[in-house]
Design a protein around this ligand. Structure first.
Ligand SMILES: Nc1nc2c(ncn2[C@@H]2O[C@H](COP(=O)(O)OP(=O)(O)OP(=O)(O)O)[C@@H](O)[C@H]2O)c(=O)[nH]1
Ligand SMILES: [Mg+2]
Length: 497
């Protein structure tokens, strides 16, 4: 007998067989007790199973964002945060201010550089080829008459001089993510193959890089106490002061920045030098009035449009506060897309529920009147995108992973087609198809689908969305569909475990 129960315990008394129980009554009672025990055990077993299922279902949803550099991975991640984790989004928004300042001063300095070069009659600029030693073809010598610069232009250059210093200061504060890497050589598939043991690939290269990505770059500018402990040497504080100082300098240059950007001679300079600054990532010169004020605070759209390169692999954990998966933890992995970053992707392929692969096709559209990049380089980027897609589709580790293709930057593709740029001039296999957005996206989509069909280790559904992820409203609708399909897959995998 249990030490807590004695013969005069009410429960024991209630459960005791009646003293005058007949053998028949006893048999009935024992059968009833056995049945009750069976039912009770069954219920216990069911509760155990449900708990186990619940535990499995609570497993975080893991989503990997892949694609070339500048394809829009980080912008997609920001849309996830804006749509599903609004609180974190609002907390983080202000810390993008410094990045947007950097984007704006970069725009200004690029215009100034073109003006200076045109004034000095220098040849057309070349892009730095950090990742490749391949030379770009030299542009033809100019044949146009020199432009008539006035005193006003010299004055503008002089008065906007401090903006160069501001760029240097911001780049220093934000670290390596603030500078771009350009590459043109595409001779082999983009490699993220399993790391072979080699002294050049130490394991730490494959860990989450939180020390120098944009997350940590933003930390330096994060507002308010309590969010992060202040660095012992007071660097956070210094950065905050620096940011205010920078806001003041930019505000002081507001009228000059506007005068520069609105000037007809400067427009001609940019035309001649084929610099379409407005199509480049992180273009904010049309927003100078709003941004170049001391009290400037970024809007949602500003943050989505801001450009800061991702270094390594960054993990973001969100508990969704909207959508079908409220309360569910999602882990999003945002990777750096430059060719040299891709070796770090592979370790994240294991155990991932889904991949969103971002591809942009507008790269390949070259107009001899519009683009300052060489045709080879643009077409190579399209080729690189196909090769990267092929590598992802054919990867055995991902054979059972859902892959969702975003054909992104459709807004830029549409704008180029409207400017009359013909696809067939850059992509001969396009032949005489209609030069419009529906036909173009169908064509590119078909190409990606065919690669997936041909190279996937086993057949899988082809999911594709045509996106412009800077449009937050339409992207929220796309993400709704994506969330549902990823969740279905997540639950299916949980049941298989
Ligand atoms: N116009 C337009 N711009 C876009 C679109 N998607 C992204 N961008 C912009 O393109 C730039 C590059 O986007 P990111 O999201 O930083 O690119 P990424 O793929 O993360 O690039 P890495 O970090 O270098 O791998 C940013 O300034 C974005 O705002 C789009 O659909 N349309
Ligand atoms: Mg990125």
């Amino acid at each position: 007998m249990s030490p807590s129960l004695s013969d005069d315990d009410p429960l024991t008394l209630a459960l005791m067989p009646p003293p005058d129980e007949t053998p028949e009554q006893r048999a009935v009672r024992e059968a009833a007790e056995a049945e009750a025990k069976r039912v009770s055990d069954e219920i216990d077993e069911q509760i155990k199973r449900e708990r186990e299922n619940e535990r499995r279902r609570k497993r975080p949803v893991k989503l990997l964002l892949l694609g070339q550099s500048e394809s829009g991975k980080t912008a997609t991640l920001k849309n996830f945060q804006l749509t599903y984790a609004k609180r974190e989004w609002s907390e983080e928004r202000a810390s993008w201010r410094a990045v947007i300042f950097l984007n704006l001063v970069r725009n200004v300095n690029e215009v100034l550089e073109h003006m200076g070069a045109e004034m000095a009659d220098l040849p057309y600029p070349r892009y730095p080829e950090n990742e490749s030693t391949e030379e770009l073809p030299i542009r033809p010598v100019k044949t146009l008459p020199p432009l008539k610069f006035k005193e006003k232009h010299k004055q503008l250059r002089l008065r906007l001089g401090p903006i160069q210093q501001v760029q240097r200061e911001l780049e220093q504060q934000l670290g390596a993510a603030s500078t771009e890497i350009y590459s043109s050589a595409v001779t082999h598939p983009a490699s993220f193959e399993p790391p072979t043991p080699s002294p050049r690939r130490a394991p730490h290269e494959f860990s989450i890089n939180s020390s120098n990505g944009w997350k940590s770059a933003l930390d330096k500018f994060r507002k308010g106490p309590g969010n992060r402990p202040e660095a012992p040497n007071g660097t956070n504080k210094v950065s905050k002061d620096v940011e205010e100082e920078i806001a003041e300098i930019i505000a002081g240059c507001r009228e000059d920045i506007k005068a520069l950007w609105d000037d007809p001679i400067i427009k001609e300079v940019l035309n001649r030098r084929k610099a379409r600054i407005e199509d480049a990532p992180g273009f904010f010169l049309n927003d100078t009035d709003r941004i170049a004020v001391k009290s400037y605070m970024p809007t949602d759209d500003d943050v989505i449009r801001a450009r800061l390169r991702t270094l390594g692999v960054q993990e973001y954990r969100f508990i969704f506060d909207h959508g079908r998966t409220v309360g569910q933890e999602w882990r999003l992995y945002d990777v750096g897309g430059t060719r040299s970053s891709r070796a770090a992707w592979y370790p994240y392929f294991d155990d991932v529920d889904a991949i969103i692969f971002l591809a942009t096709t507008e790269w390949c559209l070259v107009s001899p009147f519009d683009e300052k990049l060489s045709e080879d380089r643009r077409v190579n980027r399209l080729e690189d995108s196909y090769l990267l897609w092929k590598s992802v589709c054919s990867c055995k580790l991902l054979a059972r992973t859902q892959i969702i293709l975003f054909l992104n930057k459709c807004d830029l593709l549409q704008a180029k087609l409207q400017r009359g740029i013909r696809i067939r001039d850059s992509v001969p296999s396009y032949h005489n198809r209609a030069n419009d957005l529906p036909t173009a996206t169908r064509y590119f989509q078909q190409h990606f689908k065919e690669i997936a069909r041909q190279y996937s280790p086993s057949q899988r559904p082809f999911y594709v969305h045509l996106t412009s992820v800077i449009d937050t409203k339409s992207t929220a609708v796309t993400l709704g569909a994506v969330e549902e399909s990823i969740l279905r897959e997540h639950l299916r995998r949980a049941d298989l475990m």
